[in-house]
Design a protein around this ligand. Structure first.
Ligand code: 26V
Length: 831
């Protein structure tokens, strides 16, 4: 597609919609034309495709602002309780198409954009993804905002307006390179800055104690530096209900009227340098997903957005209610993982030091306000802040953490006297002298009234292992709320052809009530319906094949089985097992070129944390194996492998609709939930997976006959580890895996460089922490079964339809309703 060449697109008007002919532009089309002149400042004939995108976005934003004002008025009139979702990540992706669809403006937008001389779908492609998140946790937050607005719940998201989002992934010679994601360089038409509502956030300094006139202790924190937090509001539209909820993203700005000391010293340049330094707080998203980076900047980011958000929340509550003792009646604050957990001592500080509450009252308000979700069992992902670092930046908060802990441990020792080990396990602090750390998860458990995991198995493991002591102390605090995804983006928007077929068969109800999909069950028996269904899948495969060919010059056959694994690259997710099995299949085809093979295209995509060596090696191996097997004419029509670069929300929207087989192959007990598993199944892909995370619940919902389950279960994994796992045993007993590893070790796949993967292979043979070798044979059998099943296209399509029909439970609408009713105590606004 030619971009930025106005003469190639300017006259592209869809038939029958030439505004110059008979059509009278609707008011929305007029708004678009107006926006082009009044907001973008461009004549129609000079407008670039991006100008047209800006015009359409601007016209829509106006409608959203209007809906927001209405929603706010209704909330205030009803004195409705509201949830504030605090998250360091919101992985929103693009906004234009989502807004067009949710506002029900597709027809008018099409006319409006035709009037500007372009096709709507091409305008969508002009938008840069808002990639303000790493993966599952951030995307879940975005799905929840959509579900909250759609159901009319009063809700606000609070996060950081990173100037650089998730890095752009380039692949050079098979290796991942990280490039900056300068997503704001052409501006952002969706945000409304509110500089007049900025908040001052302090860091460092010291704490003083005074006795007030009333004889009470007064604590005064004097920060060493202060940074402005400037809110930028992006609106989240509900599905055709006139509701619009705000997402408040905070931008760091240097404090012009603070830190004036240098000016007086005459060191003007140094002062300006320091000001620039303050603004680094919101510069860049931390591109990790598992290794908690104990870096000062990350702690600064956490406190920065938490302090700004709480100031805004309290200010609004005081304006509306006049006093803070009613806070828990009007406000719920949700902590998305431990990243915003410094909110607990911050609210205590505000109540005690700034608003004069006593400890008991402040603690009661605070614990009734906060709830916390855990998103991972990986011990290396649990945040533990060094007390030196923490106390240096937040001296008053460190004191408050000690006091919270002192009172908490007193309660524990009353219940379990003389149980020192239990006290040590439950303490908010660990280590000692010179190596003391704050366990943010323990702080979250102590300071929240509700704690939840994100799938049934995950929550069970939290209760059994990670939070066992806490579960014994407070048996009703820990609960499960299984994740969900928004069907509006992941089916209606991403896969319009399938969405239309479903709507034609069962009506529109599924868009706001996903359980309605069960009405598809009888259609699975309708041969004509199945034929249309699989035709749509093949058409989507065609579109993806074209993209892959353009992007990485690999030709893939849209009729082959699209076997897809897309997610962050991590050892526990076992992309390595997938790639090794591809090699095994390659060797089998070489042995028996005339065998009855199901042609297959294996696709992988995902980013590795920049400092995660093993994950980057897995990407390189994938690319080496792909180059090796794709170059072999003997297997070419039967097996292809491709790594698609720069996975993100928009690429995911292309991939799920085109996929046949969804790879969900983590070691049982490691993937908290997974949400990609739900997006695949919703688009009619069958799952090959372990009994892990939400796979278990998906299998229950769709029936074990309709997916391919393999591998050790969580109890079996635990048993094997206790007994002593010996990876080499599995190699000795399996000739096929031996041949595969020999092939990798020989250097044949890596230009004869025999040493390239020796460290990765040694790691596998000596340690194999995620049991790749133990599950390999079972995985390989399940893959054979999937291949056979796909060659019976009638049967496969029937299974795919039944999968979709039973996905009702996995809507984020259901998840959010469970939080609203069971955790936050909020109700929808009357519509
Ligand atoms: C950790 C870190 C460490 C420091 C650098 C930045 C960073 C960012 C995020 C994290 C925690 C990631 C936890 C996470 O994404 N968990 C995923 O949450 C999904 C939604 O609940 C769930 O479906 C996935 O199974 C789970 O891995």
């Amino acid at each position: 597609m030619a971009k930025n060449k106005k003469d190639t697109t300017a006259n592209k008007i869809e038939p029958d919609q030439d505004p110059g002919a008979s059509h009278t532009p609707s008011s929305f089309a007029t708004d678009c034309l107006d926006a082009l002149r009044l907001a973008v400042g461009r004549e129609r004939e000079d407008a670039t495709p991006y100008d047209r995108y800006l015009a359409l976005a601007t016209a829509i934003r106006g409608r959203q602002l209007d809906a927001w004002l209405d929603t706010e008025a209704r909330r205030r009139d009803a004195s409705a309780k509201r949830v504030h979702y605090l998250s360091l990540e919101f992985l929103v992706g693009r906004s234009l198409q989502n807004a067009v669809l949710n506002l029900g403006l597709e027809g008018e937008a099409r006319v409006g954009i035709n009037a500007l001389g372009m096709v709507l779908e091409d305008v969508y492609e002009e938008e840069h993804d808002a990639a303000l998140g790493n993966g599952g946790l951030g995307r879940l937050a975005a799905c929840f905002l959509d579900a909250l607005a759609t159901q009319g719940y009063p809700a606000v998201g609070h996060g950081i307006r990173y100037e650089y989002g998730m890095f752009r992934q380039e692949i050079r010679d098979g290796v991942q390179l990280e490039r900056p994601d300068n997503w704001l360089y052409r501006g952002n038409p969706w945000e409304t800055p509110r500089p007049d509502e900025r908040v001052a956030v302090g860091f460092g300094g010291h704490v003083e104690y005074h006795t007030g006139d009333d004889g009470r202790l007064q604590v005064v924190w004097s920060p060493a530096t202060t940074v402005w937090a400037v809110p930028h509001i992006t609106l989240v539209p509900g599905w055709r209900n006139g509701v619009s909820n705000p997402l408040v993203l905070w931008d760091a700005a240097s404090s012009d009227d603070f830190n004036l000391g240098y000016f007086n010293d005459g060191d003007y340049i140094r002062a300006v340098e320091d000001k620039a330094h303050d603004e680094t707080i919101s510069k860049v998203l931390y591109p990790g997903d598992a290794n908690a980076a104990g870096k000062a900047l990350r702690l600064k980011q956490q406190y920065f957005f938490v302090a700004a958000s709480l100031a805004r929340i309290l200010n609004e509550h005081l304006t509306e209610e006049g006093a803070l003792d009613t806070l828990p009646e009007r406000v719920a604050i949700h902590l998305n993982d431990t990243h915003p957990v410094v909110a607990i001592p911050e609210l205590m500080r505000l109540l005690l030091d700034e608003h004069g509450f006593g400890w008991e009252a402040a603690w009661d308000i605070s614990t009734r306000t906060f709830a916390y979700t855990n998103h991972t069992l990986m011990p290396e992902a649990l945040e533990r802040w060094d007390v030196g670092l923490f106390g240096g930046l937040l001296p008053r908060h460190l004191e408050l953490c000690y006091e919270i802990n002192r009172r908490f441990l007193r309660e524990v020792s009353q219940r379990w006297p003389r149980d020192g080990e239990r006290l040590a396990r439950m303490s908010i602090f660990e280590g000692g002298e010179g190596d003391k750390r704050i366990r943010m998860a323990n702080l979250a458990l102590v300071g929240s009234h509700s704690v939840n995991g994100v799938a049934a198995l995950h929550s069970e493991l939290l209760r059994r292992d990670l939070f066992r002591d806490f579960h014994e102390l407070w048996p009703s605090k820990l609960r499960n709320i299984t994740n969900g995804v928004t069907q509006r983006r992941w089916l209606r928007q991403a896969n319009p052809a399938l969405a239309t077929l479903i709507t034609e068969a069962i009506g529109e109800r599924w868009l706001t009530d996903l359980e309605a999909l069960t009405e598809l069950v009888p259609h699975a028996e309708d041969a004509a319906f199945r034929e249309t269904w699989s035709g749509i899948k093949r058409l989507n495969a065609h579109v993806l094949a074209e993209y892959v060919s353009d992007r990485i010059q690999v030709d893939i056959d849209p009729a082959s089985l699209f076997d897809v694994q897309v997610k962050r690259i991590h050892e526990y997710k076992r992309q390595l097992m997938n790639v090794l099995r591809v090699l095994a299949q390659y060797l089998r085809i070489k042995d028996d070129p005339n065998g009855d093979w199901t042609p297959r295209t294996v696709l992988l995509a995902g980013k590795a944390a920049p400092g995660y060596w093993a994950a980057k090696e897995i990407i390189r191996l994938t690319n080496d194996v792909a180059r090796f097997i794709n170059a072999d004419p003997a297997t070419n029509g039967l097996l292809k492998l491709a790594f698609i670069p720069d996975y993100g929300v928009s690429l995911a929207e292309r991939i799920f609709p085109a996929s046949d087989l969804s790879e969900q192959i983590s070691t049982a007990g490691t993937e908290a939930s997974g949400t990609g598993n739900m997006k695949f199944a919703l688009n009619g892909a069958l799952t090959i997976g372990t009994l892990d995370g939400a796979n278990i619940e998906i299998a229950e919902a769709v029936g074990a006959r309709n997916l391919f389950i393999f591998g050790l279960s969580e109890p079996e994994v635990r048993e094997l580890r206790v007994a002593g796992y010996r990876p080499r045993d599995h190699v000795e007993s399996n000739a096929e895996i031996r041949r595969v590893l020999d092939l990798v070790i020989s250097g044949a796949i890596s230009d004869g460089d025999a040493s390239r993967y020796s460290a990765l292979m040694d790691n596998l043979l000596d340690w194999d922490p995620y049991l790749v070798l133990a599950d390999f044979a079972s995985y390989s059998d399940a893959q054979d079964e999937a291949g056979r099943c796909f060659s019976d296209s009638e049967r496969w399509t029937r299974m795919a339809i039944l999968n979709v029909a039973h996905m009702g439970r996995f809507s984020s609408d259901r998840s959010v309703r469970e939080y609203a009713e069971g955790v936050w105590g909020i109700a929808p606004l009357e519509v």
